[in-house]
Design a protein around this ligand. Structure first.
Ligand code: URA
Length: 257
């Protein structure tokens, strides 16, 4: 760096990239992109014929078969870890499977891991997760509770972090939906809480969370309560009032009222 001005310029560029969400290095070692220009352009030889398995695969059918064959949660996690068709896995550090108690009365379904979840390997551990924990605690629920009555089980529609936390694509949701369905069946909750549009889309086939929230629906044969996502509540504190009403509705349903 030759001058203070260049240094400031480089810093501003970095900050701008961080603002856009490019806040981490994906590769283990740095790549000198300036040096690359000097090299002869690499000719990427495409394979003449794709291997039959990759070319012919129907990712949704394959996900359905793998999910159906999983007899328990450990087997399901292994099946998801071996599922090759969702490109998100390439950019993610970890497969974020679930947290909480299998068999808990309440299953909370979120969207996808964010940065912290990708690092830690558990769902909802960042700022939205802390908000979720506070919301659940307000009605006597706790992901760490040992008894199914007070515990929750938490998972997401997607197990891998989308780059820069972008929205899941419809193709990604369709591809991973069979795993979500099986996950819910194996965790055997009595009530589903669907956090945000993508969870509603995956389970109810419906979107429009601001209309759906607070209205009990049926998903996979279970009572399902759509709620606004904790990240939305962090951005929109005024929506907490309605979320509180939804939590009270959940408590009332749990108490058989
Ligand atoms: N948001 C989600 O939907 N899921 C997580 O695990 C974290 C944030």
């Amino acid at each position: 760096m030759e001058s203070v001005l260049e240094c400031e310029w480089a810093l501003a560029l970095l900050e701008w990239q961080a603002e856009l969400g490019a806040d981490e290095a994906i590769l283990d070692a740095p790549v000198d992109r300036y040096g690359e220009g000097a090299k002869a352009p690499a000719v990427l030889a495409a394979p003449a014929v794709l291997p039959a398995t990759a070319a012919d695969a129907d990712p949704v059918a394959e996900a359905q078969a793998l999910a159906a064959a999983a007899p328990d949660l450990d087997a399901l996690r292994a099946a998801m870890a071996g599922f090759p068709h969702c490109a998100l896995r390439e950019g993610a550090r970890t497969l974020v499977f679930a947290d909480g108690l299998p068999g808990a009365r309440v299953l909370v379904l979120g969207e996808a891991p964010g940065r912290e979840e990708d690092l830690v390997g558990r769902p909802f551990v960042g700022a939205a997760g802390q908000m979720l924990d506070r919301m659940l605690a307000a009605i006597g629920l706790d992901r760490a509770a040992p008894d199914p009555a007070n515990a929750v089980y938490i998972t997401n529609v997607l197990p891998w972090r989308p780059p820069q936390n972008r929205d899941p694509s419809p193709a990604e949701i369709s591809m991973m939906r069979p795993f979500v369905m099986r996950h819910i069946a194996l965790a055997a909750p009595q009530i589903l809480v669907l956090m945000g549009n993508h969870a509603c889309d995956a389970v109810l086939g419906r979107r429009g969370i601001l209309r759906l929230r607070g209205q009990w629906a049926e998903g996979l044969g279970l009572p399902a309560l759509p709620m606004t996502h904790p990240s939305y509540l962090l951005r929109t504190p005024a929506a907490k009032r309605e979320a509180w009403a939804d939590l009270l509705s959940l408590r009332a349903r749990l108490d058989g009222r």
